[in-house]
Design a protein around this ligand. Structure first.
Ligand code: AMP
Length: 284
């Protein structure tokens, strides 16, 4: 395993790998790795000849400077973890390596980026789309791996990949959860014991919604109501948003028809904001 800091070096290395007709699997991360990230790495290892993981806390996707500064960083620990997972290369650039002097070109994905997480975090998806474009351009991966936990991010990246014509297949891996059902996240470490005991209510509520859907409920308002009431039964939970939307366009739904629906929630416990979601598939 090699740690690469320079974009130029990564570009020439991946050019060579392609010339050898080897496939490249790419897993973008911000580090502070947990089982959620590692499940993506495992999938990449199975599908590709060469696995590249990027670790870059991307400043442009944070709308609060303090959040960016507080983000946990431990490259040594992350590299040790990744070496157990047969990763070939870690790309860990400095900020200047990605955003050089006079950087002025951003990627903005219309329609998908102003709702849900985009409404709560203005500019977030512009930052995500921009850094992913730069990384895809540099690496030109055959496969890129993203977690279902960040469902809107998946919708944005799939759109961007099609629109900009990247020859990269987007692979979406299921959300990895603690035994309690709580979706794994680097933010979980900031929960108090009490909050951590309360936070699994999000997934319990999403499962209630799935049960109702499986019993035949197709009204978005009814499903929304079940989600809201169940989460509100936990006094420590403060709902930021909950939504029942089309899984591809992210447009609000009145009824779940032929297409898959995304049921998403963002909930605060103290000053920690957690997100989670499920997809309801009428064809299953
Ligand atoms: P991040 O480091 O937070 O930018 O996340 C890097 C990638 O890991 C993204 O594609 C996330 O969706 C994915 N990810 C984060 N948490 C989980 C999880 N609990 N299960 C599956 N994927 C995850």
């Amino acid at each position: 395993m090699e740690i690469i800091n320079r974009r130029q070096r990564l570009a020439s290395l991946t050019r060579k790998i392609r010339r050898e007709n080897k496939t490249i699997g790419f897993v973008p991360t911000m580090g502070a790795l947990h089982q959620g990230h590692l499940s993506l790495v495992q999938e990449a290892r199975q599908m590709s000849d060469v696995v590249i993981v990027s670790i870059f806390v991307n400043p442009t996707q944070f709308n609060e400077g303090s959040d960016f500064k507080k983000y946990p960083r431990d490259l040594t620990a992350d590299a040790a973890t990744l070496s157990d997972y047969q990763v070939d290369y870690i790309f860990a650039p400095d900020e200047n390596e990605i955003y050089g002097e006079n950087f002025s070109t951003y990627v903005y994905v219309e329609n998908l980026t102003e709702t849900l997480e985009g409404a709560a975090r203005p500019g977030h998806f512009r930052g995500v789309a921009t850094v992913v474009t730069i990384l895809f351009n540099t690496i030109r991966p055959d496969f890129a791996f993203f977690g279902q936990k960040d469902a809107q991010q998946v919708a944005v990246i799939e759109r961007l990949t099609k629109d900009l014509g990247f020859d990269t297949e987007i692979i979406v891996a299921p959300t990895v959860r603690e035994d309690s059902g709580l979706a794994m996240s680097s933010r979980n470490a900031r929960l108090t014991d009490e909050e951590k005991a309360a936070a699994p209510i999000i997934y319990r509520a999403l499962k209630e919604v799935r049960s109702a859907f499986n019993r035949g409920e197709r009204s978005a308002a009814a499903l929304h109501d079940i989600l809201e009431k169940t989460i509100e039964s936990e006094p420590l939970a403060k709902i930021d948003y909950i939504a029942v939307v089309d899984n591809t366009t992210l447009e609000p739904l009145e009824r779940i028809g032929e297409n898959r629906a995304l049921v998403a929630a963002a909930v605060r416990f103290g000053d920690v904001r957690l997100i989670d979601n499920i997809v309801l598939d009428p064809k299953q």
